[in-house]
Design a protein. Structure first.
Length: 264
């Protein structure tokens, strides 16, 4: 069997591909662009002609939720004889919080046609990635701190290796067909606490400066609204990492230690 891992420049796809290769599976790396040290096949959902060659001989696919071209992708996957798709979706699809509707709709545009495609599927629905904290790396490196809106906003950050481990399990073991897994880290915490834990990994204290939302230009308005809402109540931790993998989810402190060089 060959597993196609699409979106290979993304952190989750990279971790999925590394784990599959380490476990001895036949892996095809797919991306829109070049990757150092690898020769990826071109997979671009907005260019349907790239799909049949990338899917030739493939039985399992790890897919990012790109709604553009999903119908073409599923046609090409059916023609190639793909048997299983593991989709990286988002926890937002399960939320009734109106601030999450933009995110939910974007992912449902991909979940729904896959569900109707006749190909076996597993949906991974993670909440906030721990890796979002990498956006703070430049200012932590240059200034020893972060200026951010809503430092008191909660999330339950999840380690990319936990998502990847569940993806590999779903791609390579039976029993996950038709399952939609909500995935969260083990602990709800504020953004300021995340910075503190990165500081612990670095062995120094980092400054957090609060910005008014009007001062922030590079964050989409719906994300600012989500942050504002999540100041009121801690977001839930999810039990599913433990359910699927039989062990607790990796902590944010562990994520910070794994990525400490990015912040030095
Ligand atoms: N960030 C979070 O907290 C969070 C939480 C829950 C869910 N998610 C979801 O996780 C996904 C990835 O998020 P991210 O922040 O990690 O984004 P990212 O790093 O930008 O990754 C997006 C991936 O999509 C692939 N891609 C983009 N356009 C494509 C196209 N036309 N055809 C094929 N592949 C394409 C890219 O692959 P190449 O560049 O290699 O082609 C890239 O690896 C998103 O769907 C997001 O909604 C994110």
């Amino acid at each position: 069997m060959t597993v196609l891992v699409t979106g290979a420049r993304g952190a989750i796809a990279r971790a999925v591909a590394d784990r599959l290769i380490a476990a001895g599976h036949q892996v095809r790396i797919g991306s829109r662009g070049p990757i150092a040290g690898v020769e990826p096949v071109t997979v671009d959902a907005s260019r349907p002609e790239t799909l049949p060659p990338a899917l030739d001989g493939v039985r399992e696919v790890f897919l990012y939720a790109i709604d553009e071209g999903i119908a073409d992708f599923l046609d090409a996957a059916k023609n190639a004889g793909v048997e299983r798709i593991v989709l990286l979706s988002a926890l937002a699809v399960t939320s009734t919080d109106p601030t999450q509707k933009v995110l939910a709709d974007r992912h449902l545009l991909v979940e729904d046609p896959i569900r109707e495609s006749g190909i076996a599927w597993t949906f991974l629905r993670p909440g906030a990635f721990a890796g979002n904290a990498l956006a703070w790396a430049p200012s932590i490196r240059a200034e020893g701190g972060v200026a951010m809106p809503y430092p008191d906003s909660y999330s339950t950050p999840i380690h990319e290796q936990d998502i990847a481990e569940v993806a590999v399990e779903a791609l390579t073991s039976p029993g996950h067909e038709g399952a939609a897994y909500s995935l969260a880290g083990p602990e709800s915490m504020t953004r300021a606490r995340q910075v503190e834990l990165i500081g612990d990994a670095l062995g120094r204290e980092l400054a957090v400066t609060e910005l008014a939302p009007e001062q922030v230009r590079d964050v989409p308005p719906f994300l600012l609204e989500m942050m504002a809402r999540n100041r009121e109540e801690p977001t839930d931790g999810g039990p599913t990492i433990a359910d699927v993998l039989g062990r607790p989810a990796r902590t944010f402190a562990a994520w910070a230690r794994d990525h400490v060089e990015d912040f030095r």
